[in-house]
Ligand binder design. Structure first.
Ligand code: SAH
Length: 231
């Protein structure tokens, strides 16, 4: 059964496809899935597109149509906790949706009818991913913990401060991970996710983000994916 490699942005997917000698394109759910081999492993690479719903559709199609046995997400995120800076790497041990709020019927952040606000990544796959990050990027600062997802590009200092205050444990913020974690929990499919910090989710985030994605993010992702598949 193939391993899924999911990226949110074109630049990152392109960096992965560059190392796939035999990929062929298959369309499902209005998306292109690239099936082939990467560093000798059977993989399906796909662009999730941005946001929770797009990510959930992508994960569902990977599981239902391609029978993937695990999902690895690589991408960028905004650093939230103090000390999580641009260029650092965050490996998620769990996700929450910072824009989920069905209070007062359910506690804030809890996903209704799941009885939980946090969705854990797979421990064994995540341990492999942490080892791969160490191999691929030996000088990077690596953080491991809670990541928040929501349908907002957090790009004001006021909003990032409010998030830090409400959720002091959150290391980084992005727009897809919690959705994939929830789908993977529904199906019992192991999931792991790594994000390189592209910005600090503050007033300077937009400029930092564009520059970073072009210069660094895709090379980081490709190196981590290679070490993960070879390890
Ligand atoms: N303004 C950007 C929007 C891209 S969305 C643009 O013009 O292209 C940002 C993507 O990177 C999402 O896939 C998200 O997961 C991640 N991301 C990086 N920094 C983020 C931040 N500060 N807030 C939310 N998502 C962020």
């Amino acid at each position: 059964m193939p391993i899924a490699i999911v990226s949110a942005m074109h630049e990152e997917l392109a960096a992965v496809l560059a190392f796939m000698p035999d990929e062929h394109r298959q369309v499902a759910a209005g998306r292109a899935f690239w099936r082939g081999h990467l560093h000798g492993k059977d993989v399906v690479a796909v662009l999730s597109r941005i946001g929770k719903v797009a990510a959930a559709t992508t994960a569902t199609a990977l599981i239902e149509r391609f029978q993937v046995d695990s999902i690895l997400f690589t991408g960028v995120a905004g650093g939230l906790a103090a000390g999580v800076g641009v260029g650092d790497v965050v490996v998620a041990d769990s996700f929450l949706q910072h824009d989920m709020d069905a209070s007062p019927i359910f506690p804030r952040y809890e996903v209704p009818l799941y009885g939980a606000s946090r969705f854990a990544t797979d421990a064994a796959l995540t341990a492999r991913l942490l080892a791969a990050v160490g191999t691929a990027l030996p000088s990077a600062r690596v953080h491991h913990g809670l990541v928040a997802s929501g349908d907002r590009f957090v790009s004001t200092t006021a909003e990032s401060r409010a998030l830090q205050q409400a959720l002091p444990e959150v290391l980084a913020v992005e727009m897809e991970g919690a959705a994939i974690a929830q789908v993977c929990r529904d199906y019992g499919v192991p999931f792991a996710a790594v994000r390189t910090i592209s910005d600090r989710a503050d007033d300077a985030a937009h400029g930092d983000f564009l520059q970073f994605v072009q210069d660094i993010a895709s090379r980081h992702s490709a190196a981590i994916v290679e070490a993960f598949l070879r390890g």
